[in-house]
Design a protein around this ligand. Structure first.
Ligand SMILES: C[S@@+](CC[C@H](N)C(=O)[O-])C[C@H]1O[C@@H](n2cnc3c(N)ncnc32)[C@H](O)[C@@H]1O
Length: 170
């Protein structure tokens, strides 16, 4: 059991980011900051225990798509989604976030390290649809000017409709 739990917390550090659960007040702040609208699809890359997606579905009427590398968190998040009654609107798969197709996202939520964000920005993020927005918690996307920053300077919102050019970043 100890080995399983240690693996669940420590191993993801080497893949993209360690797990750090969000407090309920922070979760609420993130979803309000992201301007989530009913029916929108929010994608969480490295979805942890699914709390962002579950709250977005339950409290904001959104659809949630998540990818998580740790099978224990995937199992647990699906169980939590079912318990919250949103299993029909929250879909979480086990996999590597760098291989996940998030092109249908209205909101791409990221709580990852700078290293993971750099790789993602350079390789993939410009495939988002023009109406999409990216919300990054704690870490900004290096080299890009955010459209909105929260007063605590822990949330960064980027709108794709500005004709952003990601070439040559990081
Ligand atoms: C800081 S936590 C954020 C969890 C969740 N997004 C939240 O805000 O509650 C980062 C998560 O990314 C997962 N992760 C790390 N590298 C990953 C990878 N390459 N592919 C998928 N998930 C990954 C970790 O297991 C961890 O659950």
């Amino acid at each position: 059991m100890t080995i399983l739990l240690a693996g669940s917390v420590i191993l993801p550090i080497f893949f993209g980011a360690p797990w750090h659960p969000l407090r309920p007040s922070t979760l609420r702040r993130i979803l309000e900051f992201a301007e989530i609208q009913p029916g929108e699809t929010i994608v969480d890359l490295g979805s942890g225990d699914g709390r962002v997606l579950i709250a977005a579905a339950k409290d904001f009427g959104a659809r949630g798509e998540g990818v998580e590398i740790d099978p224990i968190k995937v199992w647990f998040s699906r169980w939590l989604a079912k318990r919250a009654g949103v299993q029909d609107r929250v879909h979480i798969v086990r996999g590597n976030l760098f291989d996940f197709d998030f092109s249908q996202a209205d909101v791409l939520f990221l709580y990852l390290t700078h290293q993971a964000l750099d790789r993602l920005t350079k390789d993939r993020v410009d495939r988002l649809k023009p109406s999409a927005r990216i919300v990054s918690f704690r870490f900004c996307l290096r080299g890009l000017q955010p459209d909105k920053i929260d007063p605590k300077k822990t949330l960064f919102l980027y709108r794709m409709n500005r004709g952003r050019n990601f070439d040559g970043l990081a």
